[in-house]
Design a protein around this ligand. Structure first.
Ligand SMILES: Cc1cc2nc3c(=O)[nH]c(=O)nc-3n(C[C@H](O)[C@H](O)[C@H](O)COP(=O)(O)O)c2cc1C
Ligand code: SF4
Ligand code: SF4
Length: 320
């Protein structure tokens, strides 16, 4: 029997989880293929008996993964599972993702999530969740993969499998959207990103075209297309990945990070600490970095202050 894991990962956390889930599925006897979202077509799913879908939490599913799921035809009961990695606030993910998969006709066998380091330009570096996913998280991911493999095999044999109850949204979708807008605004105090053609190396460089989360960018047309609506990506989901990958600094925010979130000023630690302390008390969060080592006054952009700030992920080991 064949399983497919489709994932999106920007900084590698979800990729690590996807690979361990792959190993767990293999341990349960499955032949597994791991596929990057951008290389996956809707019809690819037809060749597999079990499907796993994973992404980081960006308020909910990342918008590229959400659009992919929405584009799928009826899956006629095909077994599936989903997973994510996240920073401090993952709560909207499964209540929105699981029903979305069910609406597409998947039989959802389970879901799981793990903390991951967070690389957001104006957020602390190191972040509160630095060090995750660690070995323990990845052992859990392996166990989750094995369990999904065992359940999937039983389901495919026609045995009676006890399915988990769909996670209840702890807020109405309307409120979820308001929360997403609020969080997006919080990330994007620097306003929209813009591309400076004078500093851009295109056509010698096309990193931000090849790796744009949403596939928005195309500089071969006239006028060149950068981001959504001609100048930037969707404000609400602004990922700033292109800014991080650009080798010359041609992509930059309208309001310089230094101005929008000056280094030395604390940005949002009260809220994050409150949420993490609660999770810690409930045994859901293991702190790997002491609070006094969190970079509340050294935002990501100020520590990674040369271009590029990040390199695209290598997918070489995905199918080893
Ligand atoms: C645009 C954006 C939005 C995010 N929103 C959330 C969020 O709402 N809740 C949360 O817990 N983490 C959030 N994160 C943090 C990521 O979920 C976390 O860092 C994740 O592990 C990254 O996975 P990756 O390394 O596979 O890209 C966000 C990150 C980005 C870039
Ligand atoms: S911020 Fe950049 S990489 Fe992200 S969606 Fe917008 S244009 Fe694409
Ligand atoms: S990454 Fe920077 S230099 Fe390269 S094509 Fe994009 S904007 Fe131009």
């Amino acid at each position: 029997m064949k399983a497919l894991i489709v994932y999106y990962s920007q900084t590698g956390n979800t990729q690590k989880a996807a690979r361990k889930i792959r190993d767990g599925l293999k341990a349960a006897g499955w032949e597994v293929y791991v596929s990057l979202l951008k290389n996956t077509k809707a019809e690819d799913l037809e060749d597999y008996d079990l499907v796993g879908i994973g992404s980081p939490v960006w308020y909910e599913m990342t918008p590229n993964m959400r659009l992919f799921v929405e584009s799928l035809p009826d899956q006629k009961g095909k077994p599936a599972f989903c997973f994510c990695t996240h920073g401090t606030m993952p709560d909207l993910y499964f209540p929105l993702a699981v029903p979305r998969l069910m609406q597409k006709g998947f039989t959802v066998l389970g879901w799981d999530k793990w903390y991951g380091n967070c690389s957001i330009q104006i957020f602390p570096e190191p972040y509160y969740t630095a060090g995750h996913p660690d070995e323990k998280d990845l052992e859990d991911a392996f166990a989750f993969g094995k369990k999904m493999g065992e359940m999937g095999a039983a389901y495919c044999r026609g045995e009676n499998v006890e399915l988990p109850k769909s996670p209840m949204p702890n807020m109405m979708p309307m409120h979820a959207n308001a929360a997403i807008d609020h969080l997006g605004g919080f990330h994007n105090v620097h306003g929209k990103l813009v591309r400076d053609p004078e500093k851009c190396l295109y056509p010698k460089c096309h990193i931000c075209i090849d790796h744009c989360t949403m596939g928005y960018n195309d500089y071969s047309c006239d006028p060149p297309k950068y981001g959504s609506e001609g100048n930037c990506c969707d404000d609400r989901h602004g990922c700033t990945y292109c800014e991080m990958l650009c080798p010359t600094g041609a992509i930059h925010p309208e309001i310089p990070y230094e101005q929008a979130a000056p280094a030395g000023q604390d940005h949002g630690s009260e809220l994050f600490c409150m949420v993490l302390e609660k999770a810690e008390k409930e045994g859901k969060f293991r702190r790997l970095i002491p609070f006094d080592k969190v970079g509340t006054k050294t935002p990501f952009y100020s520590v990674h202050n040369t271009h590029p700030r990040l390199k695209p992920l290598s997918t070489k080991a995905d199918n080893e």
